[in-house]
Design a protein around this ligand. Structure first.
Ligand SMILES: C[S@@+](CC[C@H](N)C(=O)[O-])C[C@H]1O[C@@H](n2cnc3c(N)ncnc32)[C@H](O)[C@@H]1O
Length: 265
């Protein structure tokens, strides 16, 4: 296929990426045929996945607004994704105009678009890095230029942990991140959960195709709750992202992920 002018040269146009599939599910434009094809295969057998993507994005916005309302002025958004409507810096600044944000993503398309959107913005920094290499992330000069780690920080790991298998020790990664920030900091995360119901053969086949390209670590409610060890979950706890401090209760259907926000005591 023709390479769009906005696609960084290192991007493999033949391999679907979680960032671009998610962008497509949200109605974004920064995806390729291979991503759309994969997304449509999943939507065809599990249309609720698209709703789940929107619900996750809604959780992200409400969590950031809550955190800014709680006095947080610094956000470290790990696995930040391709910018679409309602980015973290916009949500934070709707409450706290002086909020600073560091976006970190491993995907070159996500990084290129984030940089383009905030090129003239000295309150927002964009870095390409793999969050699994947490020591390197925490040592990045860009992070220290942008954030004062002597002041509270909100660490966001929203819809990214399921791309980090247990073999990469996500719980240890989170402990290291939260050890690096002062008391009064927060962790906000969401992650895909183990489906409560048996998948149909069609759903199973689509899931296998997706996870072959991008392995997904589904986790139970208890396993996800374990990521908040040593932290104080704020109300309403670890719940369906659509229900986390939602202003209406027009949600329902299958719970496909859990989301929560916790404070470091
Ligand atoms: C589903 S998107 C979520 C985007 C955003 N956080 C949100 O919830 O709207 C997942 C993002 O995590 C990124 N990601 C996956 N593994 C990562 C890793 N090891 N390090 C950094 N980013 C990663 C992907 O590139 C993708 O942009």
């Amino acid at each position: 296929m023709d390479r769009p002018a906005w696609a960084p040269p290192e991007v493999d146009l033949d391999r679907p990426s979680p960032a671009r599939i998610y962008d497509y599910m949200l109605g974004g434009l920064h995806n390729f045929a291979v991503d759309r094809q994969m997304a449509e295969q999943v939507i065809a057998v599990a249309p609720e996945v698209r709703l789940a993507a929107h619900a996750n994005r809604g959780f992200l916005r409400r969590a950031v607004e809550y955190l800014a309302g709680a006095g947080i002025r610094q956000f470290l958004d790990l696995g930040s994704g391709i910018p679409t409507v309602g980015n973290v810096h916009e949500a934070a600044r709707s409450v706290a105009p002086d909020a600073r944000v560091v976006y970190v993503d491993v995907d070159p398309v996500a990084v290129a678009h984030s940089r383009a959107i905030v090129a003239e913005d000295d309150q927002v920094t964009v870095v390409q890095a793999d969050v699994r290499d947490v020591e390197s992330v925490l040592a990045m000069p860009e992070l220290h230029d942008a954030l004062d780690l002597k002041e509270p920080v909100a660490v966001l790991l929203v819809a990214v942990l399921h791309f980090i298998p247990d073999s990469d020790a996500p719980a240890t990664m989170i402990t290291k991140l939260m050890d690096a920030v002062v008391p009064g900091s927060y962790l906000a995360l969401s992650q895909v959960t183990t489906p409560p119901q048996t998948l149909t053969p069609e759903q199973q086949a689509a899931a296998e195709r997706y996870t072959k390209a991008n392995p997904v670590a589904m986790r139970t409610h208890d396993e996800i709750a374990g990521f908040f060890a040593g932290l104080e979950l704020v109300d309403p706890g670890l719940v369906d992202p659509a229900r986390w401090r939602a202003d209406d209760d027009k949600v329902g259907g299958m719970v496909s992920s859990f989301a929560g926000v916790a404070r470091k005591p």
